[in-house]
Design a protein around this ligand. Sequence first.
Ligand code: HEM
Length: 367
Amino acid sequence: MEPAKPTNYWDYIRVEEVLSLQGGLNETEDELDNSEVLFITVHQIYELWFKLVLREMRSLRDFFHQERVEEQAMSNAARSIKRVVTVLRQCVTHFEVIETLTTREYLGFRDKLMPASGFQSAQLRQIEILMGLDDTERVPLGLDESYMDALRAHDGTESPAYLRVQAAKLDTPSLAQAIEAWLFRTPIGGKYAHEEGAETALQRFVDDYVGAHARTVDKSAALALARAFTPSDRERLGARYAKEKAAIEEFLAPDGGGGRRQRVRAAMIFLVSYRELPLLAWPREVLDGLIELEQVFVIFRQRHARMVERVIGRRTGTGGSEGVDYLDRTALNYRVFRDLWAVRTYQIPSEMNPDLEQADFYDFRNG
Ligand code: HEM
């Protein structure tokens, strides 16, 4: 066998090619000032971060999409989520670099961009779609064109960006759907969904948990009411706590779809409630990781909006949106793992947890 050819750093990393790409609409960057080169470079770095997030998220989705998810491999999934979180955290702090642009510096070349905008970042759309953001939840740009139209070339044809996002829509299931299917398969009360007695075990857990939750809320309500000063405060607090009890009943109510949603939601509560059981340790890490992932994504959107407010104020965006107001609305509204967030509201102290049925089922077994 021929010895492997020695490699150079510049060949492997493709340094010369990468460094030749910061000229924007010009052939080279020679005619551009430092601010514009910074603007282009920072965006390119973001696109590379997005690329890594997409790759990692796709592997995660594939992992959870398997018929059977191996318990031993679960720690790899938790690590993979951690990696996505770490990259997104870089995306959050990275806005500091672009904030070194003064408003006047940016305005010096902003017109060149019109009507281009980060709104045309296909990779951000791919991430949202792969994660599971539903089109019906999208905040409209405030123009007639949809986010898909914004990805068309100026002559209306389908650009590479358009085709990428279109392909992302066909690439199912989303991460959220794959996670949901995995949660559906989680044994509750020692019974898998397809096993005899599964429904009874599920219903028993739901009833016990709702009861334990009600006792927890009653305890908090008694403490709060004891220090309420006026009758109207007592009334308001009483109503608030009553609403909490009603909310979990609705959250865990049996649903029409063969009990699928109820089982998935119950599995979330089950996994986080009995976190000390060995077999539930990694699944719990996964659920915590998904919350962290979505949290950092929201913070990314908020951070972008604050950077934009600092650089251009509240003027109309180059893509034609209301600018900061539009961005703030996306930060407020875009959520994929809503049920996981809801479970944070419904968790109770461990000493209030109902006794676990078939606890030894959840121990690690030898052999
Ligand atoms: C001076 C710097 C920047 C300004 C003033 C700015 C401004 C804006 C504005 C106003 C929008 C709303 C759409 C529109 O009307 O154009 C937007 C969207 C967006 N921007 Fe920026 N941006 C800047 C830098 C960046 C950077 C560095 C990134 C890195 C990826 C980025 C990514 C995005 C993305 C992905 C969207 C679409 C958000 C969505 O639709 O959910 N922007 N930007």
